[in-house]
Every structure is written in C-alpha cells, then in structure tokens.
Design a protein around this ligand. Structure first.
Ligand code: PLP
Length: 240
C-alpha cells in the first residue's frame, strides 16, 4: 500500500501512519509486506483480548450471521446476557452499552447534570460542576473534550461545555478545595492512560471516595484504558 495515498482519502486526525497492517494473531501482527511484529500498542489499549482469538471470531461470526440490529425499541436476549455478566463484575448497577469511550463519558456527564439538577430540587444550571484531574484524557467529543484539561485536545474548539474544573493529579487537597456546594461529580481515571500511565495512589482514591460520599457528590471512574482486567482486577479501582 502506498501510504502517501492514505492522506488523500482520510482526514488525518492522527499523524500520517508509518506502517500498514494486514492481520493479527494473539499478540502478534503482520504488516502488508509480511513482516511480523509483537503488538505492544494493543490498539492503544483497545485490543485487550489480542487479535482474532478463535472464540471471539466465532462469537462475532455467529451473531453477524444471525441478527445484526433491531433498534433499542426491542430486546436482543444476548445483550441482556452480556449486561448481566458485566454488572456481576461491577458488583452492582446496570449497564449502558456505548460505541466508544467518549460516548460512555458523555453519558456520565449527562448523568452528573441530571443528578445535580435533582439535588438542586429541580433547578437547572445550579449544581453543575464536574471536577476532573489535570492530565486526564476523556475523549474527543464536546463534553469529553471539555472534561480534558490538555490544550492539545482543547485548543481551537472554544467555546467548550461549561462547568469543568481541574484538580491537581493525585493531590487530595486540590480535589477537596474544588468540591463545593455547586459540585455534582468527580470524573477521573484511576490510572491515567494517555497522561503517561500515572496511578492515582490508593490513599488519594479512597480519600476522594470519602469526600464524595460525605458531600453527596458522584464519583465517576473512567476505566476505558485501565479496566477490563488490565491491572489484574476487572476494574483498576478494585486494587485500592
Ligand atoms: C481514559 C480514556 N477515556 C476515554 C477515551 C476515549 O475513548 P474513544 O477513543 O473510544 O472515544 C480514551 C481513549 O483513549 C481513554 O484513554
């Protein structure tokens, strides 16, 4: 493949790709020239099951050949079965399936706004503040971008969604100072991924949990990059 052609038909939201890949198996991938690599990138933490595991391939093929989609107006039994298994991992709660990490965070941001509105007795726009951490990355949609402090993600897109403030990473006092009566939620990555694999310490994570509980503030954890068993537990917060 001529990679100079790539930029002619695709918007370059990433840097121009240096290589093109053809297939993968487990942790190995092969480029279009047949050269083999160990895939340490793992799709930037997306391909956590490795490439093309036979059981995964068979499950996808079976469902694709059976039923594609029937709108959320109707039920697909397999969807409920998967939700049951995932909520069992989470210990409690219910599931909302999303198409991306950014969309999952958009749902959390909306949940925080609804929670704030209800906490304010139905008054909109009063309890809206969401505290996130400097260096967090929450995605590239408008709400998720607004929850992300880095200028690399934000610049050029103003005005962003209001109500987001940024605490110093892993500093409990900085979070505490920002949690006031207008705060609806805290949204953090227990381990920052794009921020450089930086762990929130167990003490700080527990401290934030306690502050949120004491003040009636939601604690929302973005485990897009740290969850799904990557730290040995299903969710990384379970290590704290
Ligand atoms: C912690 C975190 N949250 C959210 C996202 C956004 O996920 P997506 O690219 O699927 O929208 C990412 C993507 O890298 C991420 O690392």
């Amino acid at each position: 493949m001529d990679l100079t052609e790539y930029g002619h038909c695709l918007i370059n939201n990433y840097a121009a790709p240096p290589l093109a890949f053809d297939r993968g198996e487990g942790a190995r991938i092969w480029d279009v020239g047949g050269n083999e690599y160990l895939d340490f990138s793992s799709g930037i933490a997306v391909t956590c099951l490795g490439h093309s595991h036979p059981k995964w391939v068979s499950a996808v093929q079976k469902q694709a050949a059976k039923l594609v989609h029937c709108t959320n107006l109707f039920a697909i039994p397999e969807q409920a079965r998967l939700a049951e298994r995932l909520t069992a991992k989470a210990g409690t709660g219910r599931m909302l399936f999303c198409n991306s990490g950014a969309e999952a965070n958009e749902a959390l941001i909306k949940l925080a706004r609804l929670y704030g509105c209800s906490k304010a007795g139905g008054e909109e726009g009063k309890i809206v503040k969401i505290v996130t951490a400097e260096g967090d990355f929450h995605g590239r949609t408008y709400g998720a971008m607004s929850a992300t402090s880095g200028s690399k993600i934000r610049s050029g897109f103003a005005p962003l969604a209001p109500g987001f403030v940024f605490a110093k990473f892993n500093e409990l006092a900085s979070f505490e100072a920002l949690l006031d009566e207008d705060t609806a939620a805290v949204l953090i990555e227990p381990i920052q991924g794009e921020g450089g694999i930086r762990e929130t310490s167990d003490d700080v994570l527990r401290g934030i949990r306690q502050l949120c509980d004491e003040r009636g503030i939601l604690l929302m954890l973005d485990e897009v990059q740290s969850g799904m068993g990557r730290t040995g537990r299903f969710f990384s917060y379970e290590n704290a």
